[in-house]
Design a protein around this ligand. Sequence first.
Ligand code: T6T
Length: 355
Amino acid sequence: MTRYDHAPSLGDMVGHTILADNEDTREDILKNTVLSIAAFSLSVLVMSGAAQAQANKRYTIALIPGLTTDAFYITMRKGAEAAAKTVGADLVFQGAPEFNPVQQAPVLDAVIARKPDAILIAPTDKTQLVQPLKKAADAGIPVITVDTFIGTGNYQTGSGDADFPLSYIASDNVQGGKAAGRALAKAIGDKGKVYIANVKPGVSTTDQREEGFKEEMKGHAGIQVLQTQFNDDDANKAASQEQSVYARNPDLAGVFGTNLFSALGAASGVKQGGQSGKVKVVGFDAPTSIIDDIKLGLVDAVIAQHPAEIGYYGVISAYAHLTGQSIPVSIGTGFTEMDKSNIDKPEVARFIYQN
Ligand code: T6T
């Protein structure tokens, strides 16, 4: 009887040619063929039983956000919950109160101790979360990063010590930074001084937005990009930095806030300093507070991400992996540019973040 070291295809089995002249031998071969088809059918039953068991198991998928109280991650959680409901998995949402690797690492340890079937995480630093996450991988827990990445974000290439996550699901932040640059250039009539209000170096998303913005500005000869101001994800700090930059540069024309708190803070600096209309603000992210600022004319435009999609496809990817499917090494989600002219359109407003 033919021995298969791998699961044979049905074509392999039914395609057997019976070449014996002798009746007895032919009968034996026929018998063996029937037996091997029966064995194959049984193996299919057994295999599908195992696959069935994988699919029937109720998985626990943990989502660790950059911080818990940010509308971006709250919206991501909603998408993740929708996907978990669809596949019948349990979602655990556990994070730190601030966007800070020193606070995020112990949360990660606590999640690893709960032994979830998979971890989705927005690492708050490209390098500082590598070793803490390695512990999860070493414990056999699949890791997928959402929003931010560790290392270079090019996973599963076999190079570097940050290569182990299975997938990276996020916006294209370089492109987003470029789009913000174009929007700010348009708002300030393509000339004048601008600066970038950023979080802190080492955060993959906001580093890439700064990179994209600067790249775009190389094509705008009339715009001078001043030194970046880092606010530690603190809107109050971003507001006072805006006022200091303005005090040093009364001809300041615009600010690019690379994330929710940077943009909110810059807008509130403009408001407090009575510079509304004079200093233009373009931001990233779309919480309701920023939408109010757009309507008030304090913010000109924002690049809204699609965090619910990131959460949704994060959970679907984890589930697909857990049930034996291969998954893409990265998934890019989109953007929606919002300004006063389109903010009331339902196809745009649906991307405003949830609280
Ligand atoms: O912009 C998002 C996220 O993409 C980034 O990584 C950190 O900041 C936000 O959460 C907004 O506050």
